[in-house]
Write a new protein. Structure first.
Length: 119
């Protein structure tokens, strides 16, 4: 369930995920076995690393280290795009850069297309 304002970073990723037919959760809390909890704005389970990709907007060294140790990919992105129109192609570019990581599942058609044919 999205608990983010309509134009927030998380909501933008949820919209992109819906349009692209991929899984996305916003927000996501990573609970480390030793006890700490770290909240990321977005979780993309099919991309980036064996356990998925975690996205944030403010770098947190401890959260990044925990994500890496737990088998997640992570990235911190600029979230200030409030005056810019929604451009699906930018999301596709990020997803292709991170790579399809869902073992046993075929990537969506748009992912397999060459960049010039992409969404």
């Amino acid at each position: 369930m999205d608990k983010s304002p309509p134009n927030s970073f998380g909501s933008q990723w949820l919209r992109a995920a819906s349009e692209l037919g991929i899984a996305c959760q916003s927000p996501y809390t990573l609970v480390v076995a030793s006890g700490p909890r770290f909240t990321f704005e977005v979780f993309l389970p099919q991309f980036g690393a064996p356990r998925g990709m975690l996205l944030g907007t403010v770098f947190d060294k401890a959260a990044a280290q925990a994500a890496s140790l737990e088998g997640f990919g992570f990235s911190y992105l600029d979230a200030d795009h409030s005056g810019e129109p929604f451009e699906l192609s930018g999301f596709v570019e990020c997803l292709r850069d991170w790579g399809w990581a869902a073992k046993g599942d075929a990537p969506p058609t748009w992912y397999r297309l060459r960049r010039r044919d992409a969404v």
